[in-house]
Ligand binder design. Structure first.
Ligand code: ATP
Ligand code: MG
Length: 169
């Protein structure tokens, strides 16, 4: 199946990581390919070292990407991530492939939506594919078997609380 977790509320990446943990518990092999993320010490990077079967790879810089004028390096890294995603999906080496924040990479113009649609169409029957990120492009909705929207009803950010270790990163 192809699953998409999108929306402006918190929980998309953590839902995907929860799924990774569940699949790993059944002996499945999981790869998480993260777009637009790099260098920040996310807890999940350390946690997966304690669980066998889950690999995380990052294709992004530490800096924020400029929506209107992305750095060529941002584009290069995102394209590299896309290539890696295609490799892992086609090879059937992994039972679950998670492309974290790929929707955002499309929204920022780092990746063409048509390339993601092509990728979805190449997915072998036995591979489960998860795409995450706010701003899901409409074109991807048709590829998906499941779409969950995380909708913000309340977020502590609104009262000035910034990212918290262990809960936000
Ligand atoms: P998480 O990684 O915690 O599951 P997410 O993947 O749903 O969050 P993203 O859009 O990828 O959310 O943003 C990641 C960061 O932004 C996290 O630190 C998260 O807490 C924060 N965040 C998510 N939604 C909101 C929101 N509505 N307002 C402010 N910050 C948010
Ligand atoms: Mg996320």
């Amino acid at each position: 199946m192809i699953q998409i977790y999108t929306g402006n509320g918190k929980g998309k990446t953590t839902a995907a990581l929860g799924l990774a943990m569940r699949a790993a518990g059944h002996g499945m092999k999981v790869i998480v390919i993260q777009f637009m993320k790099g260098k920040i010490n996310y807890g999940e990077l350390q946690a997966v070292k304690m669980i066998s079967g889950i690999t995380i790879e990052q294709y992004g810089r530490a800096d924020f990407v400029d929506h209107d004028n992305p750095d060529p390096e941002d584009i290069r890294l995102a394209q590299e991530g896309l290539k890696r995603a295609e490799e892992t999906i086609i090879s059937k080496d992994y039972d679950l492939v998670i492309l974290d924040e790929i929707n955002v990479a499309v929204d920022f113009g780092l990746i063409r939506v048509a390339d993601v649609v092509t990728l979805c169409n190449k997915k072998p029957e036995e591979v489960e594919l998860v795409l995450t990120g706010r701003y899901m492009p409409e074109e991807l909705a048709e590829c998906a078997d499941l779409i969950t929207e995380c909708r913000e009803l309340k977020h502590y950010f609104q009262k000035g609380v910034r990212a918290r270790k262990g809960f936000d990163y």
